[in-house]
Design a protein around this ligand. Structure first.
Ligand SMILES: Nc1ncnc2c1ncn2[C@@H]1O[C@H](COP(=O)(O)OP(=O)(O)OP(=O)(O)O)[C@@H](O)[C@H]1O
Length: 255
């Protein structure tokens, strides 16, 4: 079994003439939390969306759990998609459905689950995401930003995925809420043996959660490594990001 659950090789993505990624390589190792960082517009979300097959790359290969995403279609593709869960930046919840019903959506594709089993499983995921029982019956409009994110996480966990993609999970949260979310991510990874692809700008999250960091710049993954290794990278953006005032505050916070 490969140590990598995701392998991206030679990826090019573009919109018209605008090349976002060129010759991009990336690995996500089994069981790790990989933090994907980079300046605004460097293509972090586009990379996530390309890996899960929502954007078609212009060149290169994307292999997830040993299978080439682009080569699959129909039931084989659906079977692979059931092995990952995605939490989008804004939660991407259906506004007309309650939290529990939102989490039930992916479960509806599972054959053999009756209504009661599906509802019970959805409620379990809602509580695993750290939401109170009362959240099950609430609509997205009635939730705080942090609760919406947890509801999005519950839905991402619905099918017991092996890989979870998180797009800026702590963006817009207050520091206490963000800290709690960081701890939840690590606890879920440990309990469920997840591999996590985590797009973030949040230095505290990188410190608290990530085993490795991948930096997107110049259309590719410029460098990958641990937080300690990032501190020695001489590239101007990387240096500024990991040594700037916010980085110092994040380090001081952990000491
Ligand atoms: N559907 C699309 N059509 C055209 N251009 C797009 C599309 N989606 C993204 N882009 C462009 O691709 C580039 C990368 O966008 P992306 O959202 O991945 O950046 P990002 O690194 O996630 O940024 P941020 O940190 O601000 O969220 C941007 O220039 C964006 O305008």
């Amino acid at each position: 079994m490969s140590a990598n659950v995701i392998e991206v090789r030679g990826l090019r993505t573009q919109f018209g003439d605008h090349v976002v990624h060129e010759a991009l390589d990336l690995d996500l190792r089994r069981g790790e939390i990989l933090g994907v960082v980079g300046g605004s517009g460097t293509g972090k979300s586009v990379l996530l969306r390309t890996i899960v097959g929502l954007i078609r790359p212009a060149a290169g290969t994307v292999s997830v759990l040993g299978q080439d995403v682009r080569q699959l279609s129909g039931p084989a593709r659906e079977a692979l998609e059931r092995r990952w869960g995605v939490m989008f930046q804004d939660g991407a919840l259906f506004s007309a459905l309650t939290v529990q019903e939102n989490v039930e959506v992916p479960l509806r594709a599972v054959p053999g689950l009756d209504d009661a089993q599906r509802q019970a499983l959805a409620q379990l995921k809602v509580s695993m995401a750290g939401l109170p029982w009362s959240a099950n019956a609430k609509y997205p409009a009635d939730l705080s930003g942090g609760m919406k994110k947890r509801a999005g996480l519950a839905r991402a966990l619905a099918l017991d995925p092996e890989i979870v993609f998180l797009d800026e999970p702590t963006a817009g949260l207050d520091p206490i809420g963000a800290d709690a979310f960081d701890r939840l991510i690590v606890a879920l990874r440990d309990a469920l043996n997840l591999s996590v692809f985590l797009v973030t700008h949040d230095l505290d999250t990188l410190h608290a959660c990530c085993d490795r960091i991948a930096v997107l710049a110049e259309k590719k993954v410029l460098t990958t490594g641990t937080m300690a290794e990032m501190l020695d990278v001489q590239h101007p953006w990387v240096h500024e990001y990991f040594h700037g005032p916010r980085a110092r505050a994040a380090v001081a916070d952990k000491e």
